[in-house]
Design a protein around this ligand. Structure first.
Ligand SMILES: O=C(O)CCC(=O)C(=O)O
Length: 290
């Protein structure tokens, strides 16, 4: 018997869980093969940073032999937060591997179960290299909606995916289940990490227990943009690599003040779904050549 209700890949139980708890963990959403092009994009950026640090005389070894999980950590081992933040706390480069990820059918199938088949990929996506000892890696308690408070976009679904095993030690995601039903809380910009992350005070968190979500590489955590969440510092030797993507229905604010998103799936207008070429040219939809 088909247990799906709105189309997409989630069972009715998964949909109900997401609606009730404000989040859903989907294990093994991506295979090793599907993660490859994303890891390649990340690796390319790390090489660019290594070249830059080397050219500036800040490092004498580009650590070319180190594996994916440790090279970036090694490059910044004897540098400071300020050196790291020069490259941004999260990356939003337009590299083919990221477009492939944002268009991944497994991800879109899961999202379709929650918002239907007209899906817009938000311009707000982040590739997050959480490097040990860099304060910007630990994200304070917040609601994602605090980044787009005035936007008429609801629901916005975050799809957070780990590209290494995310553990308690390297700073996995922590959430407060069911808080997505609360209003948008007053937030402030924190002052300690150099990022100005939106943040909540301890007294605003209520008495709902915190749930830590350590997950294996390739697992996705979907959550609502009002759900309270944070992540802890990276106390390990390696980088906690993750990507957070966002999706919303197409009839809502495309949040142009954050950049250019794209039409990722449409059953009404399949010919308008953006291709890699469209995305690289910052077009939201596919435009047939005249
Ligand atoms: O990846 C993290 O550590 C935090 C992610 C986050 O806050 C988000 O995706 O909104």
């Amino acid at each position: 018997m088909d247990k799906r209700t709105k189309g997409g890949s989630l069972s009715k139980e998964q949909q109900l869980f997401y609606e009730r708890e404000g989040y859903l963990v989907i294990e093994n959403l991506l295979s090793e093969e599907e993660m490859l092009s994303v890891r390649q994009a990340m690796t390319g950026k790390v090489s660019m940073i290594a070249d830059d640090l080397f050219a500036s005389g800040l490092i004498t070894d580009k650590l070319e032999g180190l594996p994916f999980q440790s090279r970036l950590a090694g490059l910044f081992e004897s540098l400071t937060d300020k050196h790291f933040l020069k490259y941004g706390r999260g990356w939003r480069d337009r590299l083919p591997g990221y477009f492939e990820l944002m268009s991944n059918p497994n991800i879109l199938d899961a999202v379709e179960s929650l918002i239907g088949p007209e899906i817009f990929a938000s311009p707000v996506y982040n590739v997050r290299p959480k490097v040990p000892k860099v304060a910007a890696g630990a994200v304070p308690w917040h609601q994602d909606k605090s980044y787009w408070p005035g936007s008429n976009a609801n629901p916005v679904i975050t799809v957070w995916i780990s590209f290494v095993d995310a553990t308690l030690d390297n700073g996995c995601l922590h959430i407060k289940p069911r808080t997505h039903l609360s209003q948008l809380l007053d937030w402030h910009n924190e002052q300690y990490s150099g990022t100005g992350y939106t943040a909540l005070h301890e007294h605003q968190l209520g008495d709902i227990e915190t749930l830590a979500l350590p997950v294996k590489a390739g697992t996705a955590i979907l959550f609502n943009d009002r759900l309270l969440h944070m992540s802890t510092p990276n106390e390990s030797d390696g980088v906690r690599w993750s990507v957070d993507l966002r999706y919303q229905p197409t009839d809502q604010d495309p949040m142009l003040n954050h950049g250019i998103g794209f039409l990722a799936r449409s059953s009404k207008y399949p010919n308008r779904v953006a291709t890699l070429e469209d995305w690289l040219a910052e077009r939201m939809e596919h435009q047939a050549r005249q």
